[in-house]
Design a protein around this ligand. Structure first.
Ligand code: PLP
Length: 365
């Protein structure tokens, strides 16, 4: 694959002047340009950058019926020093590669995918650098997407695909670190099967499964769903679109990756920082009964979610079977805030990037 700049078709009229950067929602507006390439006759080809535009797809495209689609999500940040940094895109390439394999999408090698994804993202950001927010907490969200494009109603893997990358300026997902979020434990519906399902893949079906419980949680006054395992509805899995951490006494506990949980990039980053700081972490199954017992004994000092959208998000309370439990420490807890500050400090170039997580983008002067 030739990795010099991809061919570019520029927009005739930029939409940038219509964007209100003070009122950004999450993915409500997309930047002027996008990247795409196709898979046809057994090969990935025709990589290019062109205006963000509607897709022409037949209604009989199997992906629309059977869900053979995967995506990922990561962010680029404009630092206080004016530099633009992309946070750990190699991890997202790896996850997208794994997601493709699980959904039977004939993806290129991991090295090729990683190179193309990072290179295309850098080229898109250079081209659309005016879309890159500069306010603290704001960022440019990058959304790669792979869809099957073959029109057939046969239930099988498609023989043609489109790989796209779009970008969107976004505000901070949860603005109130002091308030934290409230969770409702979901003990009826399941996000993903415990064994052998799609939980570790970033694919549409998992998000479709989350919509009804998410809407029920909001109707009952909670912000997000706390998912339990799909087998016994007993062990905590993850929360909304984040991985979950509990600080019980001096130990941090987070559920292990076992195929049903999305392997979060921020989860991995948090685990690395916690290890750096010498904090005891247990990656192990934790039952909702154990969480409630820790609430009752006052040893559950902090709960937080970790994910690209919110980075680190304090949890204030958890509702289960009609009872609401308040976390002992008012948000944000000390460790929650330390992780939030360290991660955002690295992302915005305020703190040293000791692990080499950031990928720089040279913005034309
Ligand atoms: C279901 C789910 N779990 C966890 C995460 C956190 O993953 P990451 O840290 O890579 O954003 C996300 C967000 O992508 C998610 O959608």
């Amino acid at each position: 694959m030739q990795l010099s700049n991809f061919p570019v078709t520029l927009v005739e009229h930029s939409r940038l002047s219509q964007v209100n950067f003070d009122e950004l929602s999450f993915g409500g507006v997309f930047s002027d340009h996008m990247f795409s390439m196709v898979y046809e006759e057994g090969a990935w080809k025709n990589p290019k950058i062109h205006p963000y535009q509607a897709l022409a797809l037949e209604p009989g495209v199997a992906m629309l019926h059977y869900g053979q689609t995967v995506f990922d999500g990561f962010k680029a940040f404009r630092g206080l020093d004016g530099e633009v940094r992309i946070f750990r895109p190699d991890m997202n390439a790896r996850r997208l590669h794994d997601s493709c394999q699980r959904l039977c999408i004939p993806i290129m090698t991991l090295d090729e995918l990683s190179e193309i994804m990072i290179h295309a993202t850098q080229q898109l950001i250079k081209l659309d650098h005016g879309w890159m927010p500069s306010q603290w907490g704001h960022s440019l969200y990058v959304r790669p997407l792979v869809i099957g494009t073959e029109a057939t109603l046969e239930v099988r893997a498609a023989n043609s695909y489109r790989f796209m990358i779009m970008t969107a300026p976004v505000g901070s997902y949860f603005t109130n670190l002091q308030k934290g979020v409230s969770l409702r434990v979901e003990d009826r519906f399941t996000r993903a099967a415990s064994i052998g399902g799609l939980g570790a893949a970033k694919t549409a079906a998992n998000y479709a499964a989350s919509l009804l419980p998410g809407s029920e949680s909001q109707q009952q006054g909670f912000d997000q769903v706390l998912w339990l395992d799909g087998n016994e509805h007993r062990y905590v899995e993850e929360v909304g679109a984040m991985n979950i951490f509990f600080k019980i006494g001096d130990t941090v506990v987070t559920p292990p990756l076992g195929g049903s949980i999305l392997p979060g990039v921020v989860r991995d980053s948090a685990l690395t920082l916690l290890a750096d700081w010498g904090i005891v972490v247990e990656e192990r199954r934790i039952s909702i009964d154990e969480v409630l017992a820790a609430f009752r004994s006052g040893t559950l000092v902090e709960v937080f979610g970790a994910g690209t959208a919110a980075v680190i998000c304090p949890v204030a309370s958890i509702g289960f079977k009609g009872e609401v439990f308040q976390v002992a420490t008012a948000p944000p807890g000390e460790l929650t805030l330390r992780l939030y500050d360290e991660l955002t400090g690295i992302q915005y170039g305020k703190l040293e990037d000791r692990h080499g997580w950031n990928v720089h983008v040279e913005i034309p002067g």
